[in-house]
Design a binder for this molecule. Structure first.
Ligand code: HEC
Ligand code: HEC
Ligand code: HEC
Ligand code: HEC
Length: 231
């Protein structure tokens, strides 16, 4: 499969009849609190991220995500295990029950006005569950490409364009005791399993070694790796 490059981003922009609608207005803050995200910044879905975040040389975040259980989180709700968990709660179809769907999809409870046409909830826990809505980020990057600013080098995007490093707080919105199959959540360990870093991003050893898990203060559990060990 041919990996997409910045050059092909430019190509995509030029080929796109909607070029004028891309706009050049500054991106709005995506906001950690998804409920409070401005209506102008919509959830667009993982397929839209694929064209720019699917290249091996910048870490193929899309490919990583496809291999995560998160991408199957909605499908899981139709499994035999799920039927048992649901039956115990008197739920006939977990895929149709808010009590289950709320943690197994992206943008649950978000008003329709903030969801882009084509967004597919069946794709489970997608990028924007952790990174916040991505519409303004996509527009800003297409606009940069259209202006000829696309580069093969790493670009630092403005901090309010997209959540670059989601914190543990976002994980525990779903990874908590309200999950009928709850497993003790250790950020280091769980983050290690889903990590999809961009090797082009400049980093200090402090960035990589930093221990941000609140459990660190009291001593992490035996199973909890430090970020340095993970790397
Ligand atoms: C038009 C291309 C494009 C699209 C579409 C796009 N991105 Fe990006 N994204 C970029 C570029 C360029 C950067 C800057 C980092 C780099 O140079 O690799 C970036 C940076 C990021 C960062 C910050 C990483 C860092 O290094 O600080 C995150 C997180 C991110 N994108 C997530 C997403 C998500 C989630 C989607 C889909 C909802 C998405 N992107 C869609 C081009 C795009
Ligand atoms: C929107 C809800 C949601 C958020 C937010 C979320 N997860 Fe998950 N996560 C799930 C669900 C649901 C599953 C189970 C999917 C399945 O098995 O089909 C899961 C599974 C996982 C697994 C696989 C666990 C296993 O049993 O092997 C890991 C690892 C993980 N999540 C890490 C994280 C980390 C780290 C974060 C935060 C950066 C996070 N998750 C944020 C819902 C979420
Ligand atoms: C379950 C939560 C979760 C999902 C789903 C998720 N990410 Fe991330 N992503 C994170 C976390 C957490 C980090 C920061 C990792 C770290 O610093 O250890 C991150 C980092 C990144 C980065 C920056 C990498 C770097 O080098 O710092 C990019 C780009 C990115 N994600 C894009 C995506 C895209 C695109 C998707 C979907 C195809 C996606 N992510 C899905 C949680 C998630
Ligand atoms: C509070 C969020 C939340 C709710 C509500 C929730 N889940 Fe989950 N579910 C998760 C997370 C997170 C995981 C990953 C494993 C873990 O840590 O619990 C998961 C994993 C699963 C799995 C995979 C099995 C496993 O052991 O990993 C099944 C099946 C499942 N959930 C079914 C359901 C059903 C059925 C309901 C509704 C009765 C439901 N879930 C409600 C968050 C939730």
């Amino acid at each position: 499969m041919k990996a997409l490059t910045r050059t092909s981003i430019t190509g995509a922009v030029l080929a796109c009849a909607c070029l004028t609608s891309l706009g050049l207005r500054p991106a709005q803050a995506s906001g950690q609190d998804k409920g409070a995200a401005p209506a102008a910044n919509k959830y667009i879905g993982a397929d839209k991220c694929k064209s720019c975040h699917g290249a091996a040389e910048s870490g193929d975040q899309y490919g990583h995500w496809k291999g995560m259980k998160h991408a199957k989180a909605f499908e899981t709700l139709a499994s035999e295990d799920s039927k048992k968990l649901a039956a115990a709660k008197g739920i006939a179809d977990a895929q149709k029950s808010d009590d289950c769907v709320k943690c197994h999809v992206t943008a649950f409870g978000v008003p329709e006005a903030q969801i882009k046409k084509g967004f597919d909830r069946a794709q489970g826990v997608q990028c924007e569950s952790c990174h916040g809505p991505g519409e303004q980020h996509m527009k800003a990057r297409f606009a940069a490409a259209a202006k000829g600013n696309a580069s093969q080098d790493y670009v630092q995007v403005p901090a309010d364009e997209i959540i670059a490093a989601p914190k543990m707080a976002v994980c525990v919105e779903c990874h908590n005791e309200r999950s009928p199959s709850y497993k003790e959540f250790c950020y280091h360990e769980f983050n290690a399993e889903i990590r999809h870093l961009n090797p082009k991003k400049p980093r200090t050893t402090i960035d990589i070694g930093a221990c941000t898990c609140p459990k660190c203060a009291s001593g992490c559990p035996e199973s909890c790796k430090t970020l340095a060990e993970i790397k």
